[in-house]
Design a protein around this ligand. Sequence first.
Ligand SMILES: [Zn+2]
Length: 245
Amino acid sequence: MQKINVKNKVLKKGEHYVTSDYKIRNNKRKNHNGIDMVGKNSSLDEIVAIANGEVINAKYHNLLGYYIEIKHANNYISRYQHLRSGSLKVKKGDKVNKGDILGYMGNTGHSFGAHLHFAILNDKRVFQDPLPYLLGFTNFNNDYFHKFVINIQKALNAKVDGYPGKETLSKTITISKNTNSRHPIVKYLQEYFYELGYTNIGKIDGIAGPKFTKVVTEFQKQNNIMADGIITKGNKTWQKILKLI
Ligand SMILES: [Zn+2]
């Protein structure tokens, strides 16, 4: 069970343990459109709103069980499934704030054991990976990532529009403890990794030292990239950072 260090809680108490990741697979196996998680207290865990918004659904569905959908900024929707029967604390039309209690974890609908299935849909109702939202790396205004990309583009003398693409990628440079270790970009990368939940990044000092290398190595391992602690476009680390893969 993977414990995640979240900034934006959906379980009020305790820690968030992921039992099944978001996976949109291209093969024949079934997709998993959200993240399954359990807390410390199973069906006693209170489920809370990830961000401010308006409840657009709070009802029963034979697969989703008792579920709640909240509409947020830019028409993003967060969805909370399998809540305990009779535990829903909100109804359609209610305005909620981040952290408000929605109900309790349960085992209703298509579910095998008490857990929360948490999903995020965009304005076209296409499922998104919820993890960056939980980690606080992305929000429904997408401000953080947008600003990060603008800073990176400026530092690379790439076209500055906040939307990374081939042009931005072509301007990326190698960052390691031996190459460009004091480039202005290092500070933005340190902040980026911190936002991603790598709180062991150390001081945000703009120097790619041993802690930086260690975090890059961890990031690479978690993303199935050759773990050498060096950020290059060749080893796909830049593509992953800029969400191009
Ligand atoms: Zn699930």
